[in-house]
Every structure is written in structure tokens, then in C-alpha cells.
Design a binder for this molecule. Structure first.
Ligand code: PLP
Length: 372
């Protein structure tokens, strides 16, 4: 089946008990058992039918064998990091989501795991960054917030014994399929595009390798950061429209990036779909379109960035991304405060847009008045 059909149906046959066409919200913590220890469903941290449907749907969309759902993107990230042991090294992009940098350096660094950060768009830097004890390579592409692009297939050919993990939150499987490009594990903040309506915090892991799946599933239950049934239902509902939403995010994103690139008050626009993006060719090779995230630097420094971000009327000044509504933020002062004073610190004049699915002319009018 094609992506659009999987998005509506994968993992969601009519409910076996009632025929309900929409997967019910199995709001229960436990299940009655007829024979002790033999039930497929015993306790809801371990297994829940609404969560199963979500996991199967996300796995199908990523082209993976197995999916696991979590209560946040960070819970998914945390669970993947638990595959590492003291003494292991993780090589990461030098531009990752601030919370990912924080869990690496302020949580797992205390458990004997070492981290280093390289420019993932530079394959020599990746090659030189791999150490004998590198057990994981962590890639965001496009990155948050600089929208840097890493060549997943090329990095996969360098990874040796390390697992290649791709955070596919910005691209979504509609635009990019990391497992098919050679990644071992995909993680998501389902909070963003997969749910798409800014009303859930959630995460997911998708994996092909059976041994990794067994361990990650064990950890999902043992550690327990599972999503609530209602949240699973909402993400499932969001997934049904992922392809149509992404089409609009991408067309609005490209039009707005072109508008900003021609605006006198803008110093630089970063959008993987523009020819001016240094890795546009790699993005075009591994993505089928370029998404709804745009970063740009305004003339006039941090004060000007703050004024613009506070002056929009349709773009809400808010953290997060990937919803149907447009958002604007200044990463250095908002989403990426946890990388302040680190080598990953973000230019305080950088503005990040999450372009929604509204009418593009209204969005351009809004940016034009804010930039004025
Ligand atoms: N990965 C990326 C790329 C993100 O942007 C975020 C959050 O913004 C996360 C992971 C963490 O996800 P969550 O906020 O759902 O825990």
C-alpha cells in the first residue's frame, strides 16, 4: 500500500469487539484474565490496544518492522540512549535540539558515556570523529534550529559497529525514510508533525533489528514512559492527514522562504529547499520536499529579532513546531536556552518559523507587517 493509504489504515483494522471504524481509546489500566499468566493483555504499562495501533501505524509509515510509542520525544530519546553502556562514545550533530544536547551532557555524561559533536554535513569530520568505542551516531536532519542537512546514506557507510540513529522529527517519514537510507533506529517527537495539532506530547522509536527491538520494548515496560491511550488516539488521528498536511507545510514553507530571501530587512534565510542552502543537493537527494521549518537572521541583531517575533499576529510566539498553526520563536531565548554558552549556542538574531497550513498570502502579509 502507498503512504497515504497506510497513514489512514495501517495498524487499525475495525475493532474486533464492536467493528468500530476508529480505534477505540482503551482507557484501562488492567485486563481481566481467564487463565493466569496466559493473557495477551495483562497490564497497561506493558500493553494497550490503542498504543499497539499507533505503534504499528508509525512503523508502517517509516517502513520499519517495529514501532514503540512513548510519553514524549525525550522519553523515546532516553530509551534509545539506554542501549549504551559506560565507556561507550556517542557522536552527534553539532546542532541538535537543545533537550537532546541536555540529556547527553547533563544526564548520560554522569553515567560514563562520552559525547562529541561534529558538523555532520562534513563527511571527513564524521570519519575523524568516530572513535574505537563509538557505539552510536546521532543525526538530526534537518537539524533544529539551523536546518543543517546530513547525508544519511553516506554516514551509514561510515558507521562501522555504531548504530546510526536519526531523529526524523523535522522531516517526517512522508519526506524522508532514514531506515531505507541505512539508519538503524529512527526517533520522533510525535508532539510535532506526526500528531500535527499541538495538543499532545509524545514520542516514538522505529527499528528493524530484532535484538534492538526486544531490548527497547523491554525498556519501554521496565522504565515505563508510556503514552496515555487518549494521546495515542490523538496521534493516530493526526497521522491520517499527515500526507495532506505535509504537502501544504512544504508549499507554504518554500513560498515564504522565497519571500524572506527577497526582503530587505532579512540578512540570511536558511531553508533546505532554497538553492542558497549549502546542502540543498543532499536534501533534494534524500527528501521528496523540504518541510515547513524556516530559520532566518534579521538585520539589526537580537533586538530586531525580538521585535519581529513579538509583532506577528497570525504566527503565535511559541515554542514547539509541526502543528497546523504557524509559530514563530527566537531559539537562543526560547527552545535552545539549554545550549547557551556551549559550542552549540545559537545566534541570538536567529528567528525560527514553523509554517502552518493557513493561506500563504495571509502568512506573508503577517511577516511583511512584522518586518516593517
Ligand atoms: N527532537 C526534536 C528534533 C525536537 O524538536 C524535540 C522537541 O522540540 C524533541 C526531539 C523532544 O521532543 P518532546 O518535546 O516531545 O519531548
Amino acid at each position: 500500500m502507498n503512504f497515504e493509504t497506510l497513514a489512514v489504515h495501517a495498524g487499525q483494522p475495525p475493532d474486533p469487539t464492536t467493528g468500530a471504524v476508529m480505534t477505540p481509546i482503551y482507557q484501562t489500566s488492567t485486563y481481566a484474565q481467564t487463565r493466569m499468566g496466559e493473557a495477551a493483555y495483562d497490564y497497561a504499562r506493558t500493553v494497550n490496544p490503542t498504543r499497539n495501533a499507533l505503534q504499528d501505524c508509525i512503523a508502517a509509515l517509516e517502513g520499519g518492522a517495529h514501532g514503540l510509542a512513548f510519553s514524549s520525544g525525550m522519553a523515546a530519546t532516553d530509551t534509545v540512549l539506554r542501549l549504551l553502556k559506560p565507556g561507550d562514545h556517542l557522536l552527534a550533530s553539532n546542532d541538535v535540539y537543545g533537550g537532546t544536547f541536555r540529556i547527553f551532557t547533563k544526564v548520560y555524561a554522569d553515567y560514563g558515556i562520552t559525547f562529541s559533536f561534529v558538523e555532520m554535513s562534513d563527511l571527513d569530520a564524521v570519519r575523524n570523529g568516530i572513535q574505537p568505542n563509538t557505539r552510536m551516531i546521532w543525526v538530526e536532519t534537518p537539524t533544529n534550529p539551523l536546518l543543517k542537512i546530513a547525508d544519511i546514506a553516506a554516514i551509514s557507510s561510515l558507521k562501522g559497529a555504531a548504530r546510526l540513529v536519526v531523529d526524523n522529527t523535522f522531516a517526517t517519514p512522508y519526506l524522508q525514510k532514514p531506515l531505507a537510507l541505512g539508519a538503524d533506529i529512527v526517533v520522533h517527537s510525535t508532539t510535532k508533525y506526526l500528531n500535527g495539532h499541538s495538543d499532545v506530547v509524545g514520542g516514538a522509536i522505529i527499528v528493524n533489528n530484532e535484538a534492538d527491538f526486544t531490548r527497547l520494548k523491554f525498556l519501554q515496560n521496565a522504565v515505563g514512559a508510556v503514552p496515555a491511550p487518549l494521546d495515542c488516539f490523538l496521534v493516530l488521528r493526526g497521522l491520517k492527514t499527515l500526507p495532506v498536511r505535509m504537502e501544504r507545510h512544504c508549499s507554504n514553507g518554500l513560498t515564504i522562504a522565497q519571500f524572506l530571501e527577497g526582503h530587505a530587512a532579512v540578512e540570511r534565510v536558511i531553508y533546505p529547499g532554497l538553492c542558497s542552502h549549502p546542502d540543498h543537493a543532499v536534501a533534494a537527494k534524500q527528501m521528496c520536499a523540504f518541510g515547513g521549518m524556516i530559520s532566518f537572521i534579521v538585520k539589526g541583531g537580537p533586538d530586531a529579532a525580538r521585535r519581529v517575533a513579538e509583532a506577528t499576529r497570525i504566527f503565535a510566539l511559541a515554542e514547539s513546531l509541526g502543528g497546523v498553526e504557524s509559530l514563530i520563536e527566537v531559539p537562543a531565548a526560547m527552545t535552545h536556552m539549554s545550549v547557551a554558552n556551549s559550542p552549540l549556542a545559537v545566534d541570538p538574531a536567529l528567528i525560527r518559523l514553523s509554517v502552518g497550513i493557513e493561506n500563504v498570502n495571509d502568512l506573508i502579509d503577517d511577516l511583511r507587517q512584522a518586518l516593517a
